[in-house]
Design a protein around this ligand. Sequence first.
Ligand code: LHQ
Length: 249
Amino acid sequence: MSSINYSIKDSIAVIRFTRADKLNAVTREMALSIQAAIDKALNDASVRVIMLTGEGRAFSAGQDIAELCVADPGMGRILSEQYNPIISRIAGSSKPVVAAVNGVAAGAGANIALCCDIVVATKSASFIQAFSKIGLVPDSGGTYFLPRLIGWQKASAIMMLGDKISAEEAERIGMIYKYFEDDQFEEAAFKIAKQLAELPALALSLTKKALQSSACNSLSGQLAEEDELQQQAAAGPEYAERIRAFMKK
Ligand code: LHQ
């Protein structure tokens, strides 16, 4: 896996993009490596949280445009084989996925970050829906997640204009959870992942499911879903343990 690095620390699998000289632009090999790394983390019982981040001054500049010029497999194949499986894996992951956006995130790079459960960024990071400028439609789930995160109007403008959104603005409008000063970023992002790793895994996974259902449920449907998921959570071992511990205190 030359374009990414995979490591585990404190039950957190860190998938780090390592094409820093190309702003972590995504090649076919890199997209397939990201998919394989997510699978590895999902299948490893010792991993409780997955974190995506980048090396250098970018999180990812999206599709490697240079690769398209030398070996374009056709638009249908790029999305169905490279990007959609990454987004589906992250959205379908039973383990929480944190995007630690260390720098600029553009095109599919931005949308890979935005489909994660918690998105944090350095103050100097930015988000660019770069698609319209190169004559393309936002992909990698962007048209699904962005309007749900920040509302239709802002999503529409940001996607059509392709404006660069600073981390401060992204936090203000609800596109991301928080930004941190650059020199405190690594520690702060890791602290959030660690906090997740120490929480009951089943509850987090069912919370993710409930949030996803709410994207298309009616209130009555959602209340029924919460009822069902709450019963599943309460049937798990961590609920009983946590209640016992609370009562002891
Ligand atoms: C790059 C890239 C890049 C290759 C910087 N590729 N080398 C899905 C399906 C099918 C087709 C197409 O796409 C998609 C999904 C997508 O992601 S479409 C959107 C693709 N991404 C973009 O359009 C963003 C392109 N990049 C930029 O606009 C700028 O590089 C940003 C704003 C991200 C950063 O600007 P600067 O800070 O000024 O850096 P730079 O432009 O000087 O880039 C530094 C190096 O990185 C440079 O290489 P070099 O060898 O000259 O130092 C760039 O060529 C390379 N690079 N993005 N996407």
